[in-house]
Design a protein around this ligand. Structure first.
Ligand code: GUN
Length: 292
């Protein structure tokens, strides 16, 4: 079994982005001085998981030398005030920004996401970006799905004509990754089966056992076991679950699955850093769209 080292691939991408930005800036596009790309992160409340994810995003910005700012709000901010901040950021100098999720229960996330300018939506969550992605048009890709594709690409894992089973149908991972793996525009036409935790277990197992690539994003520790995959399968584990012991694990039974899979992403150090790489690539894209 070979580990798909998202941490290493992400570092590689960040370095590449930094160098490309350096190059654009040194070329003085159209004779103008360009400032480096910039991103803002809106963080509401003090959810410890969100704090940790945001720290990871800031570290990545530092490595790619992307200017960054965290904009913090108290848990009790009103939807109205948060929307005003979004409107300000849409017009600001920031090339892109995200609103870290989850938001407090009194704020409906879509009412916020839908107001983010599609040009600055570096998470790729806005309906316009999602729609363009589904149509195979150039757009800001949902960052986790984009990161997963980059990881598959980096390890030269073939997707054309392969059978991929995606377990999980969230708007931010399961749905977009299922669509992108079937798109010509992205990395080649796979035959994709989309399942979720409500798929009857017997049917789910029949599907995953046939899959060349299994992508699991359900948020349940130990969900995918070795009897559910075929020998040598590629397993991409998107889950991040904290056990009572404090240990961070994915959705796979790692011990078991690692004895049978051909390739497997670790948790942590697999998809997590690749999501951040996706976010950085989108920021770079937004900056290029604005300036070049
Ligand atoms: N919370 C967990 N993952 C994400 C993500 O990719 N983007 C945002 N904005 N919030 C998240």
């Amino acid at each position: 079994m070979k580990l798909l080292d998202g941490k290493k691939v992400s570092e590689f991408i960040l370095k590449e982005v930094k160098e490309e930005i350096d190059q654009y800036i040194s070329q003085k596009h159209l004779g103008y001085d360009l400032s480096r790309p910039s991103m803002a992160i809106v963080l509401v409340g003090n959810n410890p998981a969100s704090e940790s994810y945001v720290r990871g995003k800031i570290k990545a910005c530092e490595k790619a030398q992307i200017n960054h700012k965290i904009i913090r709000f108290e848990e009790d901010i009103t939807a109205y005030d948060l929307l005003n901040e979004i409107k300000y950021l849409n017009k600001s100098h920031f090339d892109g920004f995200i609103v870290q999720l989850p938001l407090p229960n009194h704020i409906e996330p879509n009412s916020i996401i839908n107001e983010i300018s599609a040009y600055k939506d570096i998470d790729g969550f806005h309906p316009l970006n999602f729609g363009k992605m589904a149509l195979g048009q150039k757009s800001m890709r949902p960052a986790t799905a984009y990161g997963i594709l980059k990881l598959i690409q980096h390890y030269k894992i073939p997707t054309n004509g392969k059978h991929v089973v995606v377990v999980g149908r969230s708007n931010i991972v399961g749905k977009p990754v299922s669509i992108m793996l079937g798109n010509d525009f992205d990395i080649g036409r796979a035959t994709v089966t989309s399942c979720d935790i409500h798929t009857p277990k017997k049917l789910l197992k029949e599907e995953t056992q046939k899959a060349d690539i299994v992508i699991v994003a359900v948020g349940q520790a130990g969900f995918l076991t070795s009897n559910m995959i075929k020998e040598g399968a590629v397993v991409i584990d998107v889950g991040i679950n904290r056990l009572e012991t404090g240990k961070l694990v994915g959705d796979c039974d790692f011990q078991e699955v690692s004895t049978k899979a051909g390739f497997l992403t670790p948790v942590p150090g697999g998809v997590g850093p690749m999501t951040i790489a996706g976010l950085i690539l989108n920021t770079f894209e937004a900056w290029k769209m604005k300036n070049l």
